[in-house]
Write a new protein. Sequence first.
Length: 158
Amino acid sequence: MRNRAEQVSLTEVFASFEQQVHEFAINVVRSIVRQELEYRLDRLRRSIASSPRRITRIARTAKPKRVPEVLAPSIKPPIARPQTVTRKKGWTRDAIVSELATWLVSSTSVDASFITRHGPRGLVAAAKKTFGRFDAALNVASLQVSKMFPDGPPARRA
């Protein structure tokens, strides 16, 4: 009888854990979607503010629709790093590895779409061309990071 009770208890604990994981995943997805929507809304606002011609043309043709403000809590969009490197001859293997290693140490999210949007121009394409896959370039860069920091990467600032 006791074994049956333990089995039921473990089933309940597992079901509770599964429910918590599900809720956490939903919250993460909601947060990412909110962040992306706020990022796009901010980009749209900046593009409208930077082109007064477009505003006057729209104002003459139709009445602007009122856009409701986002009721979600404020989430800061990812900060794009300044692109100081100008490449005329293209990316070398060492430059790709060192740039990706820098991203791995300093960033929380490193994937091809994020670096394409926020990173140096052509880095992802050059990494795919040089290494065959972007993941292979990340593997080489992580080896570089492990050589640079044998005791583990430095702590990130919040």
